[in-house]
Design a protein around this ligand. Structure first.
Ligand SMILES: [Zn+2]
Ligand SMILES: [Zn+2]
Length: 204
């Protein structure tokens, strides 16, 4: 019977062995994490190891290699106190200061920044630990379809192929509950299955 399994599948159950692109040789590598008792997105304390079985070069497991979003630390114009929340910017490397211009009084200056990491958006997806690009990611229309590893990819495939979608269990951490809408929309099914089969064939 072709049905989505009624299992508790949350993203963290796939996050112990994540396939990424090695920053040195660009081949498939692993980010391995001790995820006992951890839940995405609360993974920051998990012990993690990077391993490339092609070039064996190391990566600092405490560094963040992915994109980050920076924004003025206090979020207010220093002159008139207006909101600067819209002034965030996506950058590749952290910058401790950024220029921002107030929309209300037009005062412009450099502000100290705070930052957040970005794990997945419409353009790319990274592992949640050190921010390396996921090995299994592919554009589907304006979105990015991504998976942490082949088990995760298979679950997505089963989900999309399922003719009957049973009510999902597992609460707010259930993977299928958290799937982006474009995966759930029936009219995208063929496009997504094609993208998944291209990922399945991706060589080392
Ligand atoms: Zn490598
Ligand atoms: Zn202002």
């Amino acid at each position: 019977v072709n049905r989505t399994k009624k299992e508790f599948n949350n993203l963290s159950s796939f996050s112990g062995d994540i396939l990424v692109e090695c920053p040195h040789c660009r081949k498939k590598a692993h980010v391995l994490a001790d995820i006992e008792g951890e839940r995405v997105p609360f993974v920051y304390n998990a012990r993690r190891v990077f391993r490339c079985e092609n070039c064996f070069q190391p990566v600092d497991p405490k560094a963040w290699y992915g994109p980050i979003i920076i924004f003025p630390a206090y979020g207010k114009c220093s002159k008139c106190g207006s909101d600067l929340k819209g002034k965030s910017r996506v950058v590749k490397k952290y910058q401790s200061k950024m220029k921002a211009r107030c929309e209300v009084c037009h005062h412009e200056q450099f502000y100290k920044t705070r930052y957040e990491t970005i794990q997945a958006n419409d353009e790319q997806a990274t592992d949640p630990y050190i921010g390396l690009p996921l090995w299994l990611q592919i554009p589907v229309g304006d979105e990015i379809l991504w998976a942490y590893n082949y088990d995760h990819l298979e679950l997505l495939k089963n989900y999309v192929s399922a003719k009957l979608r049973e009510a999902q269990v597992g609460g707010k951490y259930s993977l299928t509950w958290k799937l982006p809408n474009f995966i759930k929309v029936a009219k995208n099914r063929d496009k997504i299955l094609k993208a998944i089969s291209r990922l399945e064939k991706k060589l080392l």
